[in-house]
Ligand binder design. Sequence first.
Ligand code: 2AM
Length: 180
Amino acid sequence: MTEPTANESDSLRLFFALWPDDATRTALNRTGKWLHQHWGGRRMRADSLHLTLAFLGSTPVEQLELLLGCADRVQPKIFELILEQPGYWRHNRIGWLGATRTSPQYVELANALNATLTSAGFAVDARPHVPHVTLLRNTAGGELPHCAPVRWPINEFVLAASRTGADGSHYDVIKRWALA
Ligand code: 2AM
């Protein structure tokens, strides 16, 4: 397990996510470059690309063990995620790549994680979950172009912590869970 860096108040900004393998990261980054040509804005660094499954936000480090125990109880199966739908949110100026159809295994994984976290007393984001990989920030968006699908073999999920640096957010993977 990677030692996370806690801030002064000993809390971490945490989220569970799908973390791309090298080939998927390259494909997502290529789509980010292409979408940037259409919509402008600021591209996410390749090393920061991910898909959030459950967002916890600021969490006291003493709750980390409880959190890891929650994830240990989730037993998802390997599946493939196909991302082919670009999208844009006006309220936060994010340009993203998502899925028009998510597999039942994806829904099971996201639901199981959110359910076990909620039952342990963690306050997860309660808004409807839109599976997406953020590719652009501060973008004007525009027409939705057709996009080459990115096929992502999912064989693990991770717990990650975010820190804010001068050049944007940085993410540290704290622990990985292999899918069966
Ligand atoms: P975003 O890329 O759409 O901003 C780390 O910040 C990750 O958590 C990012 O994937 C981010 O999504 C997501 N995130 C940040 N705030 C969130 C919130 N309130 N609810 C759900 N996800 C959030």
